[in-house]
Design a protein around this ligand. Structure first.
Ligand code: F6R
Length: 611
């Protein structure tokens, strides 16, 4: 959510521009770059994607320092005035910021009374405060200004008084890279051409001259820990695909393999005597939590509950003895999830993180961490991270089961032991997962997408875990195609939603559960088809299984009111991982058919670092 960049060194302008392009998924309302050369500082701003900045001529300029920003508006509309970098009244001090300054209104009317503001952002108070406090010592003025701020921030500042880059961080990520010069960025994706990185700790501030200097709030110097850059963290290109979304869906099998390997290498530490598991996340990661609950209850046989992070923060959560918290976040930077962890820790809960991003904030505040290791996920809509989060939660449910029931007898075994307590999945069944043929769905998906694209609403149904897949599928489709989409448990249709079904309605029905659940799913499908609706059935059971419910008499003749998308027939524990894939593909295809950019849905951004 908002990307910030700064480069001090050769090629600063180009470095900031290219870095911003890699951070664009954090926000894409507007963008700006300020450049310092021997004549002073000048700024270039544009509305829309980063590429619009090129038209301002910014790339024809050069300078020893440049700072830049790609915005996801929180305070004030999408206007040039509100676009970062923001400056002091005398235009000598320039700032980019990610986060929210909660006391900005108070500061405007109090310390900054009489100061002229050109925009509505909370950020604009920062350069103005620094200007107020400047009496010849920039570092002192910067610290005084930071002292006045409440809220969350990652801030980068440069000025005409010296050649330093100043930065501060509180509850918003910031990382510094070293190569030919220094690079400051919201995340590692901005650290192009850097050989080492240093993750800036929370509640610290500092500056870069010829070296990096970091201090805590009491100006105690902090030791700098340079870490070699991980090649994989900067592989953010589309690899010949039209969009990141399709690239990332195609990567699902490889990502699952990587998650599995990461699990085998991990050493997750669990407390003894777990009796209750609390799972917390937002959006897609919350849906993974719902899947996690179903695995933990099925495999480990203990009570689990899921809470949406933004709800957990303000809930009166009653902790029971033996509660373990699992916090799921692809980015590891989602503000709601981080706040939920802080609350859980205050309540004395042992916290386990499941994340994709090494050194992200979540990894620093949880007691134990599991990495899904799927490589960078650039598309705002999460796909490969979701399937891998679900796999990781399934594998974790096995660890919990062993801890509780096996008393060490099978702890040394790799998965697939036959003690009767643990996951019963054989190695070849995992291989089927790692070799899924994503392309095999494409022709079917195209056909159904051509029908969906004409609709303005869409429903998804499923029973048990298939209902969770329906929830995640509905989120994905509405997120990138802007079609109103909702999900219901199949059995709930007749309690209200069936009134929405009419001739031509389309319902995606996920039916991967066998036995009585399959019969019940078929009933729901028939209820829809009998009322003129059309069902797109996603299932591993043979198509013939559904013939009796999708063929209906329309008064004149028997008509088929269903389409069928076949899934591979895997172990039932693995079905939730494969059943979402055709729905992800439908979301992508419909979005592209409607002429949208699925990688950057309107009003959204990846890595939601504000509450
Ligand atoms: C939807 C999506 C979001 C994220 C949510 C949490 O496709 O990507 O709903 O899942 O914003 O993000 P993380 O997992 O980074 O905490």
């Amino acid at each position: 959510m908002c990307g910030i960049m700064a480069v001090k060194g050769v090629g600063a302008v180009n470095g900031v521009y290219e870095g911003l392009k890699n951070l664009e998924y954090r926000g894409y309302d507007s963008a700006g770059i300020a450049i310092k050369d021997c004549n002073g500082i000048k700024a270039f701003k544009s509305i829309g994607y980063i590429s619009e900045l090129e038209k301002t001529g910014v790339l024809d300029c050069s300078g020893g320092i440049a700072i830049g920003h790609t915005r996801w508006a929180t305070h004030g509309g999408v206007t040039i005035e509100n676009c970062h970098p923001h400056c002091s009244e005398d235009k000598k001090i320039w700032v980019v910021h990610n986060g929210i300054i909660e006391n900005h209104k108070l500061l405007r009317s109090d310390v900054l009374a009489g100061v002229v503001f050109y925009g509505e952002t909370d950020t604009e108070v920062i350069p103005k405060l620094i200007e107020q406090y400047y009496t010849g010592d920039v570092w002192q003025a910067f610290r005084s200004a930071i002292d006045k701020l409440n809220g969350s921030y990652a801030i980068v500042m440069m000025c005409e008084y010296d050649d330093k880059v100043y930065f501060a961080r509180k509850s918003s990520p910031l990382v510094i890279g070293k190569g030919n010069g220094f690079v400051v960025s919201s995340d590692v994706n901005g650290l192009i051409d850097c050989s080492e990185k240093c993750v800036i700790e929370d509640n610290t501030l500092g500056y870069i001259d010829n070296n990096l200097h970091i201090y805590d709030k009491n100006t105690n110097k902090i030791n700098i820990n340079w870490i070699a850059m991980d090649e994989r963290s900067i592989e953010a290109d589309k690899g010949g695909n039209e969009h990141f979304m399709i690239k990332e869906i195609n990567e699902i099998p490889r990502a699952l393999q990587s998650t599995y390997n990461s699990f085998l290498k991990s050493e997750v530490v669990l407390p003894d005597n777990i009796s209750n598991v609390l799972l917390v996340g937002c959006g897609t990661s919350y849906h993974s939590c719902l899947m996690g609950k179903s695995y933990i209850e099925r495999v480990a046989g203990i009570k689990s509950e899921c809470v949406i992070a933004s709800e957990f923060i303000y809930s009166n959560y009653i902790v029971r003895e033996g509660t373990v918290g699992i916090f799921v976040s692809q980015s590891g930077e989602t503000a709601d999830t981080l706040s939920a962890i802080h609350k859980a820790k205050e309540l004395g809960i042992y916290c386990i993180a499941i994340t994709n991003v090494r050194e992200s904030s979540i990894t620093r505040i949880c007691d134990s961490v599991l990495y899904i290791d799927v490589g960078v996920e650039v598309c705002v809509a999460s796909t490969k991270a979701y399937t891998s989060q679900v796999l990781m939660l399934m594998l974790l449910s096995d660890v919990i089961a062993r801890n509780l029931k096996c008393e060490g007898t099978c702890k040394e075994d790799v998965l697939g032991c036959n003690c009767g307590n643990c996951l019963e999945i054989r190695a070849n069944e995992y291989n089927d997962l790692f070799n899924l043929d994503i392309k095999s769905y494409l022709s079917k998906v195209r056909g159904v997408s051509e029908e969906i694209v004409k609709k303005d609403k869409l429903h998804l149904i499923g029973k048990a875990v298939d209902y969770i897949t329906a929830l995640e599928g509905a989120l994905k489709i509405k997120e990138v195609s802007y079609i109103f989409t909702d999900a219901y448990p199949s059995g709930e249709l007749k309690h209200g939603t069936l009134s929405l079904i009419e001739e031509g309605s389309i319902v995606i029905a996920i039916a991967t559960q066998g036995g009585i659940l399959l019969d019940k799913s078929k009933n729901a499908i028939h209820e829809i088809c009998a009322r003129g609706g059309k069902c797109i059935i996603i299932s591993q059971f043979p198509e013939e299984e559904f013939n009796e419910v999708i063929w209906c008499n329309d008064g004149k003749r028997c008509v088929k009111r269903g389409e069928y998308i076949p899934l591979p027939n895997l172990n039932s524990l693995l079905m939730p991982i494969v059943s979402i894939i055709p729905i992800d593909l439908i979301a992508y295809t419909v979005s592209v058919m409607k002429g949208y950019n699925p990688d950057k849905p309107r009003n959204l951004a990846k890595s939601v670092t504000v509450e």
